[in-house]
Write a protein that binds this ligand. Structure first.
Ligand code: MN
Length: 232
């Protein structure tokens, strides 16, 4: 039986319109999962309802997180934030972490994962190197160095690769229990994972826009782990 992968999405504050790029759904389908889009909701019963119907979770990309979640004042460089999305994703992620369900966090998703687990973020990177490419989404913009002896390293099979980059925030202080498994040349955390096993991985780039082996393998690892979850 194919596992159900819950994918979070964006909500416009003005119109309430939900948005999710089709590439996330296609990547899950290609990897053998059933994608289900989870709209941001406040009521705890609805969040736990979303949690209970999914075997695995994909936290998608999007805007900035409210720095109040890690006790910082908002920087003038902070972009638009969505309180309802922040709350929904953080509560859902904590439920998934508590139960050991597989999670793949992408871009904003690695940030949600880190904050939900007790870490912090840089609100606006100032490293002297750009992480916001002004180029097609599948353009490979900067290198990353991958920790070989990690879940990510075993999935990607390389110690260095080039990725796309669409972010100005990044992991600052790692959440307890997490390790950094990829870094960019300017020292920005580009991937994290739960150290205690299972598949809980966050990546700062957008593998759903790429066709290489490592990108496909990330979604396959999410789906395979989620299938094992459903047969427990
Ligand atoms: Mn980057």
């Amino acid at each position: 039986m194919k596992p159900v992968i819950g994918i979070t999405c964006d909500i416009s504050g003005e119109s309430g319109q939900l948005t999710l790029r089709r590439q996330y759904l296609d990547a899950v389908i290609k990897a053998g999962g059933i994608p289900v889009v989870l709209p941001p909701m406040q009521e705890i019963g609805l969040v736990s309802g979303c949690f209970s119907i999914c075997q695995g979770f994909l936290l998608s990309g999007g805007g900035d997180l409210d720095p109040g979640y890690w006790g910082e004042l908002p920087s003038p460089a902070l972009g638009p934030i969505s309180p309802v999305r922040d709350h929904f994703e953080i509560v859902l992620t904590r439920m998934a972490l508590a139960s050991g369900r597989p999670i793949l966090g992408i871009c904003r998703g690695i940030q949600v994962l880190n904050v939900a687990a007790g870490g912090t973020l840089f609100q606006d990177l100032q490293t002297g190197m750009s992480h916001q490419q002004n180029a097609p989404r599948n353009h490979l913009f900067h290198d990353i160095f991958i920790e070989k002896d990690s879940t990510l390293g075993r999935i990607c099979h390389v110690s260095r690769m080039r990725v796309n980059s669409f972010h100005h925030q990044a992991v600052k202080q790692l959440a307890p229990g997490f390790i950094a498994t990829a870094m960019s040349p300017d020292g920005v955390v580009e991937a994290i994972e739960l150290d205690s096993g299972g598949f809980v991985v966050g990546v700062q780039w957008h593998p759903e826009d790429l066709e290489d082996f490592a990108s496909r393998a990330l979604f396959e690892a999410l789906v395979i782990s989620s299938r094992l979850q459903s047969s427990r």
